[in-house]
Design a protein around this ligand. Structure first.
Ligand code: PLP
Length: 460
């Protein structure tokens, strides 16, 4: 399988190179040239597979013989063996036809473990084979950093540099990153905000000459195709658990960078009968404005109770635009260039296509707390603020109560205790494997908000 760029001019690459590349050299994102499509009887034959068995079925065609099947099976088995629930992604029922898919049973308690645990193992596999060394460089507002460090800490040929804004991530989030001690792990607290961190990362990627030698940079945010690929699996898993493919299922997805819900869109294109795909946003609502009123314009960033979705521009939306514009990379490049400096709207037929594929809703902080409290009271289940946004959007947008509605539960409530306490619920407890998190030794460097300083750190 070949991968092509959403801006149409970068060379097509194989899986291994896409994994190591991050952005395409024309500024676009890589997507598969074609998708495998399955009919109903084939999907039905996967019912009863364990999570890792199903993951192998879904992932194998995307990797396309770059890894022998037996090795790939082992990598996938190891990836999901480190999750602390035997179902890996269990469903919990909230109401008659309403579920949450718990995606927080991985080592760092957020859904990002599904992809980053696998990504770390894939990197390790290819780098050993090539005898090559790389540096992972990423900026985080919280969840990606810890998931990337946990996923890649055992990779022999990888140095990890994660930038977070100094004093602006939650205590649990910071501890999850800085208490993983290893020669190859470097946490850099930058005296600035998340955008400053991201600017530094971008500048380093754009000009990698400072690295010298033969090291190169690898991206671990969701522009990396391997992350999207791994996330397709749980849409199939949830559907099969609820009677699919003989029955349609709808999904509501708490959305920031548009990676997670894009994986759901791909699952649908691959043949999974999905009725509705709901984009759930917080006050940072660019995607909701785009779907509901065809307004694609940047607004100042709001700090909300769901910080992992505090994103002004959703980078993976470009992957959808590429399909909406019939894979015309030039049209995508033109639109996004304009979008950088002014408000844009989609061509009308393109917008209609987007509206046929997605519903959307924006949820406020007050509504978020209200849902956390009501669900806890009615069912005893405690959900995190991101999940709460998904549940509320699902209820607002549901077109057919006879179809099972699944909200992706993207994080464990203990990661975001402020919202939970604000909702009037009890402070959640850390799970057993993390009980001593606050006693563990921390290690991180505090650096000025300065590109040259970070480059020097990486080189030294
Ligand atoms: C990253 C994250 C999201 C947003 O996912 P995207 O793929 O960026 O849309 C939602 N909830 C939590 C808890 C996250 O960590």
């Amino acid at each position: 399988m070949k991968y092509i760029s959403t801006r149409g001019t970068a060379p097509a690459l194989e899986f291994e190179d896409v994994l190591l590349a991050g952005l395409a050299n024309d500024g676009g994102l890589y997507v598969p040239e074609t998708l495998p499509v399955y009919d109903s009887s084939e999907i039905a034959s996967w019912a009863g597979l364990s999570y890792p068995q199903l993951a192998f079925r879904i992932i194998q065609p995307f990797i396309d013989n770059a890894i022998p099947d037996q090795d790939l099976k082992t990598l996938i088995d190891e990836t999901y063996a480190c999750f602390d629930h035997p179902a890996v992604a269990p469903l919990t029922q909230l109401d008659r036809n309403e579920w949450i898919l718990e995606l927080y049973h991985g080592p760092t308690l957020a859904f990002k473990d599904f992809a980053l645990q696998l990504l770390g193992r894939l990197l390790d596999y290819f780098l050993r084979r090539k005898h090559k060394r790389v540096a992972i460089l990423g900026a985080t507002s919280g969840d990606t950093g810890s998931a990337a460090i946990e996923g890649c800490k055992r990779c022999e040929n990888v140095d990890i540099y994660i930038l977070h804004p100094y004093n602006r991530v939650s205590d649990v989030q910071r501890k999850q990153m800085t208490t993983v001690i290893g020669e190859n792990i470097h946490n850099l607290a930058i005296k600035g905000n998340f955008d400053d961190c991201q600017e530094i990362v971008k500048a380093c990627f754009n000009d990698q000459s400072f690295l010298g030698g033969d090291r190169s940079l690898v991206a671990v945010n969701s522009i990396n195709w391997a992350r999207i690929m791994a996330q397709i699996v749980y849409y199939f898993y949830a559907s099969l658990t609820l009677g699919g493919p003989h029955r349609e299922v709808s999904f509501s997805v708490p959305t920031g960078n548009f990676g997670d819900i894009f994986a759901g869109y791909l699952a649908k294109k691959m043949g999974l009968p999905i009725r509705q795909l709901i984009i759930a946003t917080n006050q940072n609502d660019i995607l909701h404005r785009c779907i509901s009123e065809n307004d694609l314009s940047k607004k100042p960033l709001n700090h909300t109770l769901s910080p992992s979705m505090d994103i002004m521009v959703s980078s993976n939306f470009e992957r959808l635009l590429f399909d909406l514009y019939d894979r015309d990379g030039e049209a995508v490049a033109r639109l996004l260039k304009k979008f950088n400096s002014e408000a844009v709207s989609l061509d009308d037929p393109v917008w209609q296509r987007a509206r046929n594929l997605f519903d959307s809703q924006r949820i406020s902080d007050d509504e978020t707390c209200d849902v956390i409290a009501r669900i806890n009271k009615k069912t005893g289940v405690l959900i995190d603020p991101h999940t709460a946004i998904g549940v509320k959007a699902a209820r607002d947008c549901n077109r057919d109560p006879s179809i099972p509605m699944v909200t992706l539960s993207t994080a464990h409530p203990v990661k975001f205790p402020d919202a939970v306490v604000k909702a009037g619920c009890e402070h959640p407890q850390l799970p057993p494997h993390m009980e001593d998190l606050f006693d563990r030794e921390e290690r991180y460097e505090v650096l000025e908000n300065d590109i040259a300083r970070v480059r020097r750190f990486i080189v030294e």
